[in-house]
Ligand binder design. Structure first.
Ligand code: GRF
Length: 226
């Protein structure tokens, strides 16, 4: 399954995906494109070093819809097609295991700092995932580690979820708790959270591409590996 990764900055989560791919742990997901809404960010260098096609689609000066149309075009140009536009995969023979990944591509938001509207999101239903550095629904939006510290919680963590048109509000796929230690500051807490998300995000992307995530309402279930 072709996967487009949308980024805006440092790209450590992108790096975790690229490293998982290099180790052979991401298949059947294939990172087909990295698209940044900001030029010159380190995430683009990470893509280049890994030999993955990268593009910049700037949002400045564009309506949200026009920006999203350009994102969709850039993804399609790299073979990341919405499920409805993708050629159908052949049905497995009777009695054979469902070996083929689902038709169409997927999109990973890896530190992508734009809210996507239904214009984009509705093209990839249950095919867009985001990683967020808190245990949602606590602390949505920006600066989640700082929000957690300011609130005085003892545990925070990471959430990987499907993206809908709400801010960090789509169905939750997986979460890992991270304790807040005495003396933590935003930097130390963020680093501890990121260690977990770098493990969790590639695993979720692999499961999504393998067709092993299903969602009913808000409830996501993961098929067990055979
Ligand atoms: C991550 O902590 C992610 O949870 C949040 O933005 C940050 C991006 O970091 N959505 P990076 O660009 O992947 O290093």
């Amino acid at each position: 399954m072709n996967v487009g990764v949308l980024v805006s900055g440092t790209g450590t989560n992108l790096q975790a995906l690229l490293d998982a791919q290099a180790r052979g742990e991401l298949a059947p997901a294939v990172i087909a494109a990295v698209i940044s809404n900001r030029p010159g960010v380190p995430a683009l260098e990470r893509a280049a070093r890994a030999g993955v096609p990268a593009a910049v689609v700037e949002h400045r000066g564009l309506s949200r819809e026009a920006f999203e149309d350009r994102l969709l075009a850039a993804l399609a140009a790299h073979g990341v097609l919405p499920p409805a536009d993708a050629p159908p995969t052949s049905a497995p023979a009777a009695g054979a295991p469902a070996a083929e990944p689902p038709a169409g591509g997927a999109v990973v938001l890896a530190g992508f700092m734009r809210v996507l509207t239904p214009h984009f999101v509705d093209r990839f239903p249950l095919r867009i995932v985001n990683t967020h550095p808190s245990i949602l629904p606590a602390f949505p939006g920006v600066d989640a580690p700082a929000q957690a510290l300011a609130h005085g919680v003892k545990l925070t963590g990471v959430t990987v979820h499907f993206v809908d048109a709400t801010l960090d509000g789509g169905p939750i796929i997986a979460q890992v708790a991270v304790p807040i230690e005495p003396g933590d500051d935003v930097g130390s807490l963020r680093a501890r959270i990121q260690r977990e998300e770098h493990r969790l995000l590639p695993r979720v992307v692999q499961r999504l591409a393998a067709g092993q995530l299903s969602c009913q309402g808000r409830h996501v279930t993961e098929a067990r590996a055979e």
